[in-house]
Design a protein around this ligand. Structure first.
Ligand code: AMP
Length: 143
């Protein structure tokens, strides 16, 4: 079994502390949503709880209600912003399951009929494109 304690030096911990930038989509007292820098589809957004945990298994269950309230809002906005046919919501726990950043996060991925998602953690997107996509989702959240 490979798992250990939460390490606050992880990249999403740094984003939450404002130590590195992100393309912010939404923030409230409990959660932050921002663009995935290696999107598997246009509009690929990550939603994180502010309270630290490595993943689902060590999280305080109290985080799930606010976390999934934000996931629902962002999923609806991303689906609308990208005129998607559906939206995939997924979450990995530990490296064996595909997790690469060890702060609980939920992927929100607009999906179009017949379009396969790109490879997980494939290539870095153009920051200007990510900024524009974040703006589209923020506009849909406000609509
Ligand atoms: P997971 O494999 O579920 O841990 O997913 C981690 C995700 O974080 C991947 O899809 C990466 O593309 C994404 N990612 C890594 N670094 C950053 C970053 N600095 N800002 C936004 N997304 C990131």
């Amino acid at each position: 079994m490979t798992s250990s304690a939460y390490d606050p030096a992880n990249i999403f911990g740094k984003i939450l502390r404002g130590e590195i930038p992100c393309h912010r989509v939404y923030e409230d007292a409990h959660t932050l949503a921002f663009m995935d820098v290696m999107p598997q589809a246009d509009g690929h957004t990550l939603v994180v709880p502010k309270r630290p945990s490595r993943g689902l298994l060590d999280a305080d269950p109290a985080v799930f209600a606010p976390l999934f309230a934000t996931v629902q809002r962002v999923a609806a906005a991303a689906k609308a912003a990208f005129a998607a046919d559906g939206v995939a919501v997924y979450q990995y726990n530990e490296a064996a399951a595909g997790q690469t950043v060890f702060h609980l996060h939920v992927h929100v991925l607009p999906r179009h009929e017949g379009a396969a998602p790109r490879r997980h953690a494939g290539g870095m997107a153009d920051p200007a494109v990510l900024a524009a996509h974040a703006e589209r989702i923020r506009a849909a959240l406000d609509a």
